[in-house]
Design a protein around this ligand. Sequence first.
Ligand SMILES: Cc1ncc(COP(=O)(O)O)c(C=O)c1O
Length: 386
Amino acid sequence: MIYNFDEDINRKNTNCEKHDALEKYFGHSDLQALWVADMDFKTPDFINDKIVEAAKTSVYGYSMQSDELFDSIINWQKTRHHWEVSKDEILMVNGVVPAYSAVVEAFCPNKEDEVIVQTPVYPPLFKCVQANERKVVVNELKENNGYYTMDLDDLESKITKNTKLLCLCSPHNPVGRVWNSEELEALADICIKHNITIVSDEIHSDLTFKKFIPLASINNKIANITLTLNSAGKTFNIAGLNTAYAISKNGDILKKFKKVVSKRQIHSINFFGYIATQAAYENGADFVDQLKEYIQENIKFTKNYLKINSQKVDFLEPEATYLLWLNFKETGLSHNEIKNILLTKSKVALNDGVSFGSNGYGYFRLNTAVNKERLQLALSKICNYF
Ligand SMILES: Cc1ncc(COP(=O)(O)O)c(C=O)c1O
């Protein structure tokens, strides 16, 4: 089956945050929306059909987590990422972010406990720490011609007796890195040495353009300090169904996490979330392969378009995700000046780089999960002014 990612999808007036909340978040409603990390592609029919079939029962009572749901997760991790997990190592939760917040509570029980976060990074990964009234310790990524690496010397120098948790974003949003085994092992070695638990947010792991390695699949020692969070939400455009899962091979880690999950009551997933996740993982391999191809074409198109039409805006092609970390520094303008032009002249809504950390100054994140026509329109609006 061929999936048609060129189809024009109009999501306006569907209570959709990306397209319908522009006035609220940007103060302008007439923008082309290329911000929130969901896709302007249809959720595939092998998911829709199951949802419609379930809706036809016209009963939306409490649902249960079937063995088939767990099997679908286990098989997906095994076939796509060569990672063997078992049912008793998985816990369903209603979102990666709610789960992450619970992880912070579970592993940072004391007020003075610290969480290391590698910026620039998806904002809730530090905001949740602050909301839990725990200390964020920033370990900035190093940037060299658009290529980001971890600064492990800086990281180790920032570890104190209060450092309890390290947040790994793998693959990394927004810089698009797929961490390689050397990087992951070096990071994990430090955490093992200092008795730090790693929470590995792997929500973007399916949309990778080079080999992705689940952190906990590397070896038993690393698995023993890791709690992984994942979801079919990004890959299949079902994020609004609030269904995710946590995996840990360490029973004690899972037990600690479960206690907070149970306290916060975030393990009860909505009726359609189970159905969609299982359908996605049982039938989605071909869809993901085609989706990745389309996204890679969009990324290449953007690279070329900017090269020809703008000498001022550039990015390094990401190793994962449909998100581009656009560098506007060559414009010589201040961050606020760039932002103003994007909003009032180009009329596009991109994510503000500074929201990912102060080292996001001069950057804006562009979501390329749109059809080519809309992508070209957005790029022309940007290049008209930059
Ligand atoms: C790295 C990362 N983690 C988590 C999420 C959101 O996960 P969820 O919707 O399951 O809470 C996103 C969404 O953009 C993300 O980029």
